[in-house]
Unconditional design. Structure first.
Length: 105
């Protein structure tokens, strides 16, 4: 337990990060989720982090409404990551204590 309390983000972070662009379509995201077995990807534009897109974000595209009982799949899979990504991303430096990642605020 003591070792965990001394751990830093660097001890657990992914170093070979797979990113997507804001224009990556939902169809391409589906393929990447399967291929990489990840639950989400950083969205990068011009070398800058602009958001994160997750499997949950992708699932929210397929919402049933009173107008549409069956979503138009071919149309929905063209939705870009930009439209569904989370923009307010919290980041940590590699030297941040791992326990600080779970603290609010």
């Amino acid at each position: 337990m003591h070792r965990f309390l001394e751990a830093r983000v660097a001890d657990y972070m992914t170093r070979d990060v797979v990113t997507v662009s804001p224009e990556t379509t939902l169809r391409e995201l589906e393929e990447r989720f399967v291929q990489c077995d990840f639950n989400g990807f950083p969205v990068v534009e011009g070398g800058k982090l602009v958001g994160v897109v997750t499997k949950f974000d992708a699932l929210k595209v397929f919402v049933f409404t009173t107008r549409t009982v069956v979503p138009q799949y071919d149309e929905l899979v063209r939705v870009p990551a930009r439209a569904i990504m989370t923009r307010d991303v919290i980041t940590f430096s590699p030297e941040t204590p791992l326990t600080a990642c779970w603290q609010p605020g």
